[in-house]
Design a protein. Structure first.
Length: 141
């Protein structure tokens, strides 16, 4: 009788140990996945912020300095394209803002050099995208 009770305790101990290890392993996998996702969002966001800065500088070169080399629309298209390509990695809201930036750039790039309104619209879209990225970064787990 006593041996049966010892075997029963051993059996419960083994079952409890297996369940505890499965719970621990599951939590570890979830945490690693969450951390990797946050790292991807962070990295993409920082790259987008760098490209937004460069695009803003390019717009200022084109409009205020009338520098067609540094303010080349071709460079702007590359930057806007890269921002748009990276935006899905940073989240849905950032992707929406970057698509809006691309639309605004598409309709204003040819008049940035002469038009204050076109410059302001592009810079406003850049700032809106930047603000959305900052919101996204502050809400990471």
């Amino acid at each position: 009788m006593r041996v049966a009770k010892i075997h029963q305790y051993q059996y419960y101990f083994v079952i409890f140990s297996i369940l505890l290890s499965l719970v621990g392993f599951s939590y570890n996998v979830w945490r690693l996945e969450s951390t990797e996702n946050n790292n991807t969002i962070r990295t993409a966001s920082f790259e987008i912020l760098l490209e937004l800065s460069a695009l803003e500088q390019l717009v200022y070169y084109a409009h205020y300095d009338k520098n067609i080399v540094e303010g080349s629309p071709r460079k702007g298209w590359v930057k806007v394209g890269l921002i748009n390509d990276l935006s899905p990695l940073a989240g849905e809201e950032v992707m929406v803002k970057s698509k809006k930036l691309m639309q605004i750039w598409s309709s204003n790039w040819s008049s940035i050099e002469e038009s204050q309104l076109a410059t302001e619209q592009v810079v406003s879209a850049i700032e809106a995208t930047r603000d959305e990225i900052n919101i996204r970064l502050t809400t990471l787990e």
